[in-house]
Design a protein around this ligand. Sequence first.
Ligand code: SF4
Length: 577
Amino acid sequence: MISRPESLAIVDGGGGVGAGGVPETGGVPDTGGDVDCVIVALIALMSMCVLFLTGGKFFPVWMQVIDRTCATCQYGGHFVGILIPSMDHRELLGDAIKEECGVVGVFTPGEEVASTAFFGLFALQHRGQESAGIAVSDGEKVRMHKDMGLVNQIFTPEILASLKGDMAVGHNRYSTTGSSVLRNAQPIYCQSLVGEIAVAHNGNLINAVELREQMQAEGEHFDSTSDSEVLARIIVNNLKSGPAEAVREVMRRCKGAFSVVVLTPNMLIGFRDPYGIRPLSVGKLGESGYMLASESCAFGPVGATCDTDLKPGEIALITRDGMTIEQGIESPREAMCLFEFIYFARPDSRMFGTGLYGARLRMGERLAQEHPVEADIVVPVPDSGIPAALGYAKQSGIPFREGMTKSRYIHRTFIQPDQRMREIGVRMKLTPLDDHIRGKRIILVDDSIVRGTTTKQLVKMMFESGALEVHVRITAPPIVYPCFYGIDMASKGELAAARMTIPELAVYIGCTSLGYLSVEGAQMAVDGATEGFCTACFTGKYPLEIPDGLKKHAFDDPPAVGEMATVTSGQAQLFDQ
Ligand code: SF4
């Protein structure tokens, strides 16, 4: 049963991851370096023992020890791999955009739900790989387990079996505010007037420091350094007024992005911030069960069906009597993260009725309209560039061809001591299909350029494989400003499009031409409207004013956007599009 009180103002939603253990010296002179290699190998071996014995708890410390040992090696470091979480090719060059948390909530009356929460979190692993946790209520007691690492590393069958109850919340974390340590892992557990509660938060509060100082002055004690604990303590302190009112108080006091799931002994709560920056979907599970998740891709594997998406400022209250959805506070405007549609969310997720795979296809079509070019084949950067490349090929009539294969067995490089080794790492992750590329003019389609290092490497790879021309087409507009709402991309000074004009960037990455999809084009490809999105990292128009302390130098003049550069003999020429 889902009921929305008709009398309440519901805001229109507007549609709106090795070479594990394989040492490679890569041309390092064979003179004396063996001693360093032996030292590194011994430390790596010790590290693996420590990792095994401690369950990975001291992993960051050992990373630093080995990193420093390699950095002091007279041969510039050696490539040592270890089997740890698979990483995207962008991460190899420190050029990744990282989503910063995924949340799930599950209620299935009378059934154990820890495994359901586990599979939901597993489906949302792309939204956070630093830590994970699940809290479960049996109606009286809340039991919780959380740790550093990936979902399937943390939760053994024995641990899941110990989490008894039919109501649960879960969380995958990539840190935003607060360092990546266990005490900042979620869910956050608190004692309250109604008993134990657990809170899981996706997003980032931009006024967390101010709120924390206020609350500390009032005698509040914090166990972590995360912004999410600020939010959790506001809920706890206001539960005497009822769960919905406690959430309203969060909406009134907290500024920024927050999609949250809360577990009390007898209630599951889900809510989104009044701007609706981060997503939160609602699913039906069996006859009388419910599921909340950051993305609908978490529903399918556990047999849930997507029912709706919470709109900005909405609160879902789930009890043994069913679910009600009510408006928390009035939404000033909807500002859903446009980048969720371009890159962050999984392509098999749906948000507000829009399938993300289809949206990315349409982005490719629009990209072909905005930045046409004569070429022989359209080549995607796998995997995220595939739907857009298919769309570009369909619209342009230029054949789609895979131009590189992505290894599913290359894992995070344990040590990346220098640029050359990082580039080798990318080549091991993405291998060019020379026979498809040689002698061809190619259109290389990717979803975004952050620092530009990855794109530069891929373009170089295409030319070395015999491409005659490499026309880079990007389905995100130029990223010019940092995100303060829960996405870790880079500081403004590191963003390639903030440091260079598009012609300069085309020269930097070494392509024949470079074209970005416009902000309007990306929005229209999602749902045919240009309203209801946060586009701040592209436009600098932040839906909530960013405090000066957070801003730093984020608001310098943006470079020109909506233009395409073609490079001739190393000189960029600007084409108005
Ligand atoms: S600034 Fe960019 S990444 Fe951040 S919420 Fe807005 S659109 Fe999304």
